[in-house]
Ligand binder design. Structure first.
Ligand code: C2E
Ligand code: CA
Ligand code: CA
Length: 695
């Protein structure tokens, strides 16, 4: 063997040794892709022990079958491919990611005859690289992340950490996370935290820390322990978010749940809580407690006529005045609408409460300035005492409400202490309501009729239908007792409908019997009068009994018309447009605006009985009658005087030009058959000239 050939031989040996020992696959092939050499690295990577003589194609994934020919074409042109990354298919079907360096193999003449390929499996490296990328992305979240070593020295923080804590990473690195402490938590807190962290590997919870600026803030923190394969702690990783905003909005939600958004006062819910607590204390300390229930007078009118924004402003001012009228230890809540509750938990005697009630009454009755407009209202207050009147919270409020109802009935603008009598009255109201529902079904109502006499002709011209309730146990119940309750409960609508129906039926019957000159007056309740369906309903009933629309007169009170004058005008116009006439009932007892009175299409004012009663003895009452007649005539209306009982009253009324009278002097209200007889006999009497009262 020549020296040269032995040198080459040595070289080859060395190369073979490299090929055998290297982890990378080293493969050579012809330009057709037929494998010519295959080292143990190739075997380790691809799983084939021998592929010599086979085509490269076996190593190609199905979607890359063209790749080998492309690459070999480039190699045949003398190109070199460095770190060419692609996928390969192993014997076991696994796809791996590889990096290949492919070089041309030349023959003696320098022609490319094949390719050699050095292949490295980079699958794991790629996965690791990907994980690093994910880790970096995680690190960039809005959650602050702190990594410390086993000795709790900070070794890494992210941007969010800098943003939340105010410390830069330069500030933090090498430090203990102790730098973030606020002093808000005691040693025990941190001890428990470490115990759990070491025992379970993680800790989560809310913690108050301090920013670099000194500001203390709440954060939601979770810490986990990182251990190596041997179980030794290598790192601690903690992440946290700033929850001060969430806390603030929770606080806002809590505030909303416990407060009335309009006035900022406590609401019904917090009243219940506070009252329960206060009652516990009162029981323990054997103290008195008072509950005041306060309702504004005529608030609905203000709201309806001046608009809700004005109503709201008024409520806000009332709330302010209430808050400043009571002591710090007292508690003011708004139950809703214009209802307020004041709880006085520290009183010594009921006199104390009366004193506070006086103060509130005075303060709330002062004028209110709203949008440059001066408004007035007053409160009606009901007071209930613990333990005298009630011991349970709901009972206290209920009884304060009963007392408040009495303050309203007592002319408003006053306060009333609860007493058992009120309770009885309240129970009676409830009983009446229950019985009224039965009365409707069982038809326990009937009508009595009271005639109206025309003083200018001496003729009976109309009858007023007055409802009666024949209660199976209590006998005849006065409308004064049940109409207000029917109004409160809405039962007045079906009752009122029955009254119109029955009055019309009776009138039609009389007309069939030859009584043609009598008109029918029917009283309307407030809710009936504001019911848009009323005119159509009346038309329907009139048609049902074939009555002329002019035969019906509707009586409404002043307070009903003044509640919402514009709606009143509209309703009145529809009714009079249909032919019905309208009277104002109980005139003089309410409050009328002359400006509106002028606008209303009313034919008659009915002077209230209270003025007629003392017409001869009370100069003021007499003047009211005089003025009413004058006013009515000026406005083109007629006058009916109610409750005329004596001839002297009649004479006076005649002297001032009052056209009609109604009262016991002519007749008490009578059932239909008696009234019919009365009407027939009266006609006879006048025609015979036996009545000469007005001579
Ligand atoms: P009102 O409309 O003012 O009715 C007149 C009331 O005065 C009737 O009382 C009548 O019996 C009574 N009265 C009549 N003349 C005299 C008299 O000379 N002296 C005295 N002392 N009283 C006299 P009544 O029937 O008890 O009705 C009371 C009130 O109940 C009525 O007052 C009216 O406001 C209401 N009412 C009666 N029926 C109805 C109805 O069907 N619907 C509505 N909404 N209210 C009604
Ligand atoms: Ca009436
Ligand atoms: Ca009346």
């Amino acid at each position: 063997m020549s020296e040269k050939s032995s040198q080459t031989e040595q070289e080859l040996q060395r190369l073979r040794a490299i090929m055998v020992s290297i982890d990378d696959a080293i493969i050579s092939m012809t330009l057709d892709g037929i494998i010519q050499s295959w080292n143990p690295g190739a075997e380790a990577i691809f799983g084939y022990t021998e592929l010599i003589g086979q085509s490269m194609q076996v190593l190609l994934p199905p979607d890359r079958l063209d790749e080998a020919s492309d690459v070999l074409l480039r190699i045949s042109r003398g190109e070199k491919l460095n770190h060419f990354e692609t996928m390969r298919l192993c014997k076991d079907g696994m796809l791996i990611r590889i990096s290949a360096t492919i070089l041309p193999v030349y023959d003696d003449q320098g022609r490319v005859v094949g390719a050699s390929e050095i292949i490295r499996d980079i699958t794991e490296y790629k996965i690791a690289e990907e994980q690093l990328r994910i880790a970096a992305a995680v690190f960039a979240t809005h959650e602050a992340i702190v990594v410390t070593d086993a000795d709790a020295n900070i070794i890494r923080v992210n941007q969010a950490f800098e943003d939340i804590t105010g410390y830069s990473s330069a500030d933090a690195l090498g430090k203990n996370p102790r730098i973030l402490k606020s002093g808000h938590h005691d040693k025990g807190f941190y001890k428990a935290m470490w115990q759990q962290l070491l025992a379970s590997g993680s800790w989560k919870g809310e913690i108050w820390d301090r920013r670099k600026t000194g500001e203390i803030y709440p954060k939601w923190l979770s810490i986990s322990v990182v251990r190596d394969d041997a179980g030794n702690i290598t790192h601690y990783v903690s992440s946290f978010t700033d929850i001060s905003e969430r806390k603030a909005s929770e606080e806002r939600v809590r505030h909303l749940a416990y407060h009335d958004p309009l006035t900022g006062l406590a609401n019904r819910f917090s009243l219940h809580e506070r009252l329960t607590q206060a009652l516990d204390l009162a029981v323990r300390n054997k103290r008195l407690l008072a509950i005041m229930l306060l309702d504004l007078d005529h608030f609905k009118i203000i709201n309806d006529t001046l608009g809700h924004p004005t109503g709201d402003q008024l409520l806000i001012q009332v709330a302010q005045r209430l808050s400043s009228s009571v002591r710090h230890s007292d508690f003011v809540a708004r139950l809703g609408g214009d209802e307020f509750v004041i709880m006085l938990p520290e009183i010594d005697a009921s006199g104390d409460v009366a004193h506070v009630a006086d103060k509130i009454l005075k303060s709330l009755s002062e004028p209110y300035l709203i949008n440059g407009q001066e408004l007035r209202t007053s409160p009606s207050i009901g007071i209930c005492l613990y333990p005298e009147d009630a011991t349970e919270d709901q009972d206290l409020i209920k009884k304060a409400d009963v007392a408040m109802y009495h303050a309203k009935a007592n002319g408003r603008g006053n306060y009333q202490f609860f007493n058992e009598g009120m309770q009885q009255a309240a129970l009676k109201r409830i009983r009446i309501e229950r019985d009224l529902r039965v009365a409707l079904v069982k038809q326990q109502f009937m009508l009595h009729y009271q005639p109206q006499l025309d003083l200018t002709t001496g003729q009976l011209v109309a009858v007023e239908a007055l409802v009666r309730w024949q209660h199976p146990e209590h006998g005849m119940v006065s409308p004064m007792e049940f109409i207000p309750i029917a109004e409160e409960t809405g039962l007045i609508i079906p009752i009122g409908d029955w009254v119109i129906q029955e009055a019309c039926r009776q009138l039609a019957q009389w007309r069939t019997g030859g009584i043609n000159h009598i008109r029918m007056s029917v009283n309307l309740a407030a809710s009936q009068f504001s019911d848009r369906d009323l005119p159509a309903r009346i038309q329907e009933i009139l048609a049902q009994y074939d009555l002329p629309s002019g035969s019906l007169d509707l009586e409404v009170t002043e307070s009903m018309t003044m509640k919402s004058p514009t709606d009143t005008v509209a309703m009145m116009k529809v009714l009079t447009g249909h032919g019905q006439s309208l009277s104002i009932d109980d005139f003089g007892t309410g409050y009328s605006s002359l400006a509106y009175l002028k606008l209303f299409p009313i034919s008659t004012l009915k002077i209230d009985r209270s003025f007629v009663k003392d017409i001869e003895t009370d100069a003021d009452d007499a003047s009211i009658c005089d003025i009413t007649v004058l006013l009515a005539h000026k406005l083109g209306m007629k006058v009916v005087a109610e409750g005329v009982e004596t001839e002297a009253q009649l004479k006076y009324l005649l002297s001032i030009g009052c056209e009609k009278i109604q009262g016991y002097l002519i007749s008490r209200p009578l059932p239909a058959d008696q009234m019919e007889r009365f009407i027939r006999s009266h006609t006879t009497m006048t025609s015979l000239g036996t009545i000469d009262l007005w001579n």
